[in-house]
Design a protein around this ligand. Sequence first.
Ligand code: ZN
Length: 276
Amino acid sequence: MIPFHPMRVGKRKITGICPLCLQEAELRNSHIVPLGFFAEVRQQGTPTFASAKRGASWQMQGGMHEHMLCPTCERLLGDEYDRYAIDILRNGRAGVVVHSREEGFILAGVDVNRLKLFVLSVFWRAHHAKKVPLENVDIGEKAELDIRNFLLSGSAPARNSYPIFGAALINPHSNEIEREFMTGVIRHKRPDDENLRTFLVVFGGVAWYALLGEDGGKDENVHLFLDSPDFFIPAVNILEFEPFRTAWPSVLMGIKRLERKKHRMPGAAQKPPLRK
Ligand SMILES: [Zn+2]
């Protein structure tokens, strides 16, 4: 009799050390930025991913992902942070108040602790990513350890410690937030930032910054957020967003291409209903 061997088709099991709980386990194919942020864009086509290193952009169906977290930690980040961030940022559940399209948006009633842990977790995941284009992201040993502890304890540090802020990228042609583009993670150079390294990533139409250090309260930009009772996201004209000019010029070319395409296809700008 021929013994029956179950075959594994397609899916390879990958084991390794999970960087969050430090246990050896089967690793999940973890997204660096949750896929939910691209649901809307994916309905209309594929999101465009810009790489600083290659100076190019390309279409990316599934976003950046790789085998990283054990099932328990994957669930922890997904349930505690990713789902919440998608709910308030994409689905607008926090009650987004449009301050004015020129000035920006206020996320009223947002759980800043959770939002902050989510944004920090994206940079932390990028640090542990080994695949192109994130293989060189290094947030530093101390920040890695601190953020790991924040994520496991579920509590973010005080507002001026490891502060985050975001800028909504407005496409002046449509006067809407431009969600088409995502980027890798770069170190955003600022004067005297050795003790407070600043990192930047763009997804879901927002450029997110994190100042990785304990004394972020001295920064002028951060005060804009620390002094506000809710979470304020200023609006920035995407064509004038400085990092796109310097690090990701391909995004600006992509926007021009997008506009030409929309002009060629009348009605193409109409969005189909968003699948939940
Ligand atoms: Zn784990």
